[in-house]
Ligand binder design. Structure first.
Ligand code: C5P
Length: 227
């Protein structure tokens, strides 16, 4: 159960390395997203790998198929454990992303983003989507058809997705909160609720990284999940 938690390092380079040194690769995996990757460059992956961590590179590729193909190969060459693309990029893009990993003996897990967990029902209506659940299920089905390993979704949508697409289709869930404060996240649940819904990996950021003692907060969540 321990390595179910992925801690996003949404911070600058020095803070990220400090936090990685304070955690332990036996306890969690780490996520490098747009903020850290854009400010630090690919060397951050090398540094975190050298500390023994498995890395989820969360750059959410969404572009024409050929560009995504090349970006996925570049990400795989960095030695990441998991990477992701936006499913909304469509079938051809998803197939190219999958094809990009064909020649790797140990390819990273390829995960598709359904819909950002910060979007509310009103937000999705504004971008022309009427039923959020229907749309997420459609996107997840397309990702599975194209050979992706799983999806990023809200912990609230996991059971729906697993019921339709099977337990082995990986669900990675951000939008985890310990108490009432949700920051900018909207479709949130607690860690235990997320795991009970079938979540395979929990992305838990600010509740850990902004706490007074990040290592203690991480350990408390792991203890709760294991009890
Ligand atoms: O701090 P917090 O727990 O909200 O962090 C959630 C992390 O997961 C952020 O790094 C965010 O970019 C990422 N994420 C998300 N929703 C998605 C995909 C990724 O919140 N659909």
């Amino acid at each position: 159960m321990n390595k179910q938690i992925i801690v996003p390092l949404d911070m600058d380079h020095d803070k990220a390395i400090e936090l990685a040194k304070c955690f332990n690769p036996e306890l969690c995996r780490l996520k490098v997203g747009n903020q850290l990757f854009t400010s630090s460059g690919p060397k951050i992956i090398e540094e975190l790998n050298a500390l023994g961590y498995e890395i989820f590179l969360d750059l959410k590729f969404h572009d024409i198929p050929n560009t995504v193909y090349e970006a996925v190969r570049s990400a795989a060459d960095l030695g990441v454990w998991m990477l992701n693309v936006h499913i909304a990029g469509g079938r051809s893009m998803l197939k190219k992303a999958k094809e990009a990993l064909d020649s790797y003996t140990q390819p990273p897990l390829l995960i598709g983003v359904t819909m950002l967990t910060s979007l509310s029902n009103e937000d999705v209506k504004e971008i022309g989507i009427n039923d959020i659940s229907d749309s997420i299920l459609n996107l997840a089905s397309l990702a599975k058809e194209c050979g992706l390993d799983g999806v990023v979704c809200s912990p609230r949508e996991v059971s729906l997705i697993k019921d339709k697409l099977g337990k082995d289709f990986i669900a990675v869930t951000p939008g985890i909160r310990l108490e009432t404060s949700s920051d900018d996240q909207v479709r949130v649940l607690t860690p235990i609720e997320a795991v009970n819904n079938g979540s395979d990996f929990l992305v838990i950021g600010r509740p850990i990284t902004k706490s007074r003692n990040p290592l203690e907060s991480l350990k408390e969540i792991i203890t709760d999940l294991n009890s």
